[in-house]
Design a protein around this ligand. Structure first.
Ligand code: FES
Ligand SMILES: [Fe+2]
Length: 416
């Protein structure tokens, strides 16, 4: 249980709030690069700030204030040039560093004043990695962008899925260190939704560890051996806003104090006898979370998680919670955020920040078997595999995979 004041510490992400300052010390994924394939600009709300991301005609990204500093026009309707984004109202042009590089009429009428040199727009570094766009919104110099090892895997099929979640980010992230919900929210509830009253195997033991890049939870369920990777390795709540499950990542990206972007990155290995396949671009798709009756969608794994998150309220009231032994990881994480904030106040880097460029090039994360060696199985073995065969019918985690993405996935796997 927290006090109202303690709860505020975790949930408020504006630029002047403790958690807002802490999260700004990390590269935050906020979009799929392919979202800029058809439109060169996209409005972005991130950590309570309204911004616009763009890809200019030279292929460079920028992330700048959404409002033009001239007379506040909406720059998400601007147009890109060889270098930068031009406001569609009077043509002022801004580069990715926020410098105003052209003011067409002022440059002509009063070049001697040099008005453009006096104007700067807010800007943040943005980088593309593995098909994702990452922003750094903290004090410079920015740390290295960690390239997690799975981002470097060759071959197979990647996709990015986004959902807009109308609740605070922190209750979503607490779900990343919550082993027992898997038994109830995913296994048992899915069975009940399918009409069965059977129960899946019980959790007998859980453990939590602090690691370099997050907090792991480990579990033993009925019938599971102690040498199972679910006990020897576990799953990783990736610091500070992510969840890593081997072949996919999830991030709970704070939009503002009452909204979260659920961003997930998936990789699937092709069967061993699939024809060679090279993915040219990583598709990004939107997964709806509500059905036509105004009820949350419950059919897919991440959709089920979302039901828990939004069910806790727009901002979970932690003055009324009762934590138990299964929540020990949550307590450990909360303590670390508080400690981390103290560190940045002392001028130190918080947990997991990487300054070594060599290390950042490929950061290893402990891996639970890549879906029991999906890449080592033939297509025929996939068809018979209890878990993999479901992938041939639908996306397992997110509702609403578009037809063209499904078809591309099947082609990549050698099934079409
Ligand atoms: S408002 Fe943007 S150039 Fe005038
Ligand atoms: Fe879950």
């Amino acid at each position: 249980m927290l006090t109202a004041e303690q709860n505020k510490f975790f949930v408020e992400v504006g630029p002047d709030k403790p958690m807002g300052k802490l999260l700004r010390r990390y590269w935050i994924p906020f979009a799929g690069a392919s979202e800029l394939d058809n439109e060169a600009t996209k409005p972005v709300r991130l950590l309570c700030e309204d911004l616009v991301v763009y890809k200019d005609l030279s292929g460079n990204y920028g992330l700048i204030d959404r409002q033009c500093p001239h007379r506040r026009a909406d720059l998400s309707y601007g147009y890109v040039e060889a270098c930068g984004l031009r406001c569609n109202y009077h043509g002022w042009l801004f580069d990715a560093d926020g410098k105003c590089v052209e003011q067409p009429y002022e440059d002509l009428a009063h070049p001697e004043i040099g008005l453009k040199d006096k104007v700067k727009i807010k800007s943040y570094p943005v980088r593309e990695c593995a098909g994702l766009l990452f922003a750094y919104m903290g004090p410079l110099p920015a740390p290295e962008l960690p390239v997690w090892a799975p981002f470097t895997w060759k071959g197979g099929f990647r996709e990015i899925v986004r959902s807009d979640i109308p609740c605070n980010w922190f209750q979503c992230q607490e779900n990343s260190i919550d082993p027992v919900h898997f038994e109830w929210m995913h296994d048992n509830w899915t069975q009940r939704l399918a009409g069965s009253h059977d129960y899946s195997t019980k959790h007998l033991q859980v453990a939590f560890d602090e690691l370099d890049y997050g907090f792991a939870y480990r579990r033993i369920r009925e019938g599971q051996e102690e040498n199972s990777p679910l006990w020897t390795i576990g799953r990783l709540a990736l610091w500070p806003i992510g969840f890593y499950l081997g072949e996919h990542f999830e991030w709970r990206v704070p939009v503002d104090d009452e909204n979260t972007l659920s961003l997930a990155w998936f990789h699937a290995q092709s069967p061993s006898d699939a024809p060679p396949f090279e993915q040219k671009s990583v598709p990004t798709w939107h997964s709806p979370i509500m059905d036509s009756n105004g009820r949350w969608i419950t059919s897919h794994v991440i959709n089920q998680d979302i039901v828990a998150w939004v069910g806790q309220g727009t901002i979970a009231d932690r003055t009324k919670e009762f934590l138990g032994a299964s929540d020990r990881g949550i307590v450990m994480m909360r303590r670390r955020y508080v400690e981390d904030y103290k560190r940045i106040e002392e001028g130190l880097d918080p947990k997991g920040v990487i300054r070594d460029p060599e290390l950042a090039k490929c950061v290893p994360l402990a891996l639970i078997g890549r879906t029991t060696g999906a890449g080592n199985l033939t297509r025929e073995e996939w068809r018979r595999h209890p878990f993999l065969k479901s992938r041939l019918k639908d996306h397992r985690h997110c509702y609403g995979q578009p037809k063209e993405v499904r078809e591309a996935f099947m082609r990549a796997m050698g099934f079409a």
